[in-house]
Design a protein around this ligand. Structure first.
Ligand SMILES: [Zn+2]
Length: 290
């Protein structure tokens, strides 16, 4: 087990294409001038390209991964969607049965999407707003308005502390997640892929309430040592003041189903966020779904 965890850690350091991954959009941010005060790579675009998985940006338009057609889509599943997937398809091995499936956004901030609680492919969050491209590493990101407004407050306060943050992933569609997951299982060991990439329909990013945050100090990548950087520490200590929680805690992998992600934050509102962060628990535990 220790060996496996050590392997995971090493892999995490190498692969910044994470569970949260990056958006499927391929455009780079237009204006990076505000980052000049912070140490940054000489050639930002080159750095971002290096940190992305080799095939991610091209995958949408170029050749389809071989197993994509074999992915079992809940939408294509038999009428009883709670039935366990069958067969020996690589993509569904290790996927737990669903407990329930969200079909529409009823505005509940406590919505739970994880490996046991999914969404339908056509699930679409309401009240979505575009993320300012100047505040993100990708264009065309969007979030639920309440979550975005809260992020803007957090961003401004972080900026006042001297931190230069950007959102690198926000809402993700079912199809977008399907592509990321397919890339993951085609690129990495299956067990590892399941620890950092969500099966389509089971990504919290589908709710429009989750964001991945990177920073100039991380050279716009995603790594677990973000937790050791001043900006990563600040986010961990203050996210609750803005209604966010750190979603995938270190040591809670058996509960969340995902590896430690010091960059993935989930909006739940201030009161709940304070309770969760002060107790140091997961959303699953808070909701009695652990
Ligand atoms: Zn994420």
């Amino acid at each position: 087990m220790r060996k496996f965890l050590a392997l995971l850690l090493i892999l995490c350091m190498v692969f910044v294409f994470t569970a949260c991954g990056s958006e499927e959009s391929s455009e780079e941010p237009g204006d990076q001038s505000q980052e000049t005060e912070v140490t940054e790579p000489e050639d930002e675009q080159e750095t971002e390209d290096v940190q992305e998985p080799e095939d991610e940006q091209e995958s949408e338009d170029v050749q389809e991964p071989e197993t994509k057609d074999n992915l079992v889509d809940p939408a294509d599943a038999p009428e009883d969607s709670s039935a366990p997937p069958t067969g020996d398809d690589k993509s569904i091995r290790g996927i737990p049965d669903l407990i329930d499936v969200l079909t529409y956004d009823d505005g509940d901030l406590m919505v739970l999407v994880n490996k046991y609680h999914g969404t339908t492919p056509d699930y679409r969050p309401t009240d979505m707003v575009p993320v300012d491209p100047a505040l993100a590493t990708w264009n065309d990101l969007s979030l639920k308005e309440e979550a975005y407004d809260a992020y803007l407050e957090m961003y401004e306060d972080a900026k006042a502390e001297g931190f230069d943050l950007k959102i690198c992933s926000a809402f993700r569609s079912y199809e977008g997640q399907k592509q990321l997951f397919t890339n993951a299982i085609n690129s990495y060991d299956l067990a590892f892929a399941h620890m950092y990439s969500a099966y389509p329909g089971r990504s919290e990013h589908h709710t429009g309430l989750a964001i991945d945050i990177t920073s100039a100090s991380m050279e716009w990548g995603l790594r677990q040592d973000f937790a050791d950087y001043p900006d990563g520490k600040w986010l961990y200590e203050h996210c609750q003041d803005y209604g966010y929680i750190l979603r995938y805690l270190e040591g809670a992998e058996d509960i969340t189903g995902y590896m430690y992600e010091p960059w993935h934050f989930r909006y739940v509102g201030k009161d709940v966020a304070k309770e969760i962060m002060e107790k140091g628990i997961t959303l699953e535990e808070y909701l009695g779904e652990a």
